[in-house]
Design a protein around this ligand. Structure first.
Ligand SMILES: [Zn+2]
Length: 185
């Protein structure tokens, strides 16, 4: 199996760092890249092929993914909210994608189990209503993971200091999905 990993937002935050914690300066683009690269190592060690691209161009990301022969697509992000209390983990899949939903469930479960974050559940993005570009425009089962809230103090600490655990959970979610696919479908 091959996984296309897309850490969210622009490399080095230029021009778009994604969400930023105003107190600590922690940037979403840096967390996403660190977790994506570490997940890549875990996946490679488990015999899963990977390709990783962080880019400010969503068009480039989808085009590269679609010509990559990847079986699944995983975009990695951090959530943010005005209200500092908002916290937890959620994973998005595209409406109508059965396997995308399966993959989202696998990754969501592993993250919540490993990090003990609030389980905000798997969310469905419907093209034309609340679609997410990278989910709508990729050809393979695709998910967008919101690891935790960079704007919440407790979650921020995890995003800063538990990147290896976050990456391991994402990787195990992918291998859980692989087992499900090989096992019965
Ligand atoms: Zn983001």
């Amino acid at each position: 199996m091959k996984v296309f990993l897309n850490p969210g937002h622009a490399p080095n935050g230029n021009p778009d760092p994604g969400a930023v914690n105003e107190e600590t300066g922690l940037r979403e683009c840096d967390v996403a890249l660190a977790v994506g690269k570490a997940a890549e190592s875990y996946l490679n060690a488990a015999g899963v092929e990977t390709e990783l691209l962080q880019s400010d161009s969503l068009y480039e990301i989808c085009g590269t993914a679609n010509s990559s022969d990847a079986d699944i697509f995983v975009s990695i992000h951090c959530n943010a909210a005005e209200a500092e209390e908002a916290n937890g983990t959620e994973t998005w899949a595209c409406a109508g994608s059965y396997r995308g939903g399966m993959l989202a469930n696998c990754i969501q479960s592993q993250l919540v189990d490993a990090l003990d974050t609030t389980d905000r559940g798997v969310k469905i993005a419907t093209p034309g209503i609340n679609g997410l570009y990278v989910l709508t425009n990729t050809d393979m089962p695709a998910v967008l993971v919101e690891l935790a809230f960079i704007t919440n103090p407790g979650n921020e600490e995890l995003l800063a200091n538990a990147q290896d655990a976050l990456a391991g959970a994402v990787a195990r979610g992918v291998t859980d999905y692989e087992q499900l696919i090989l096992g019965g479908n």
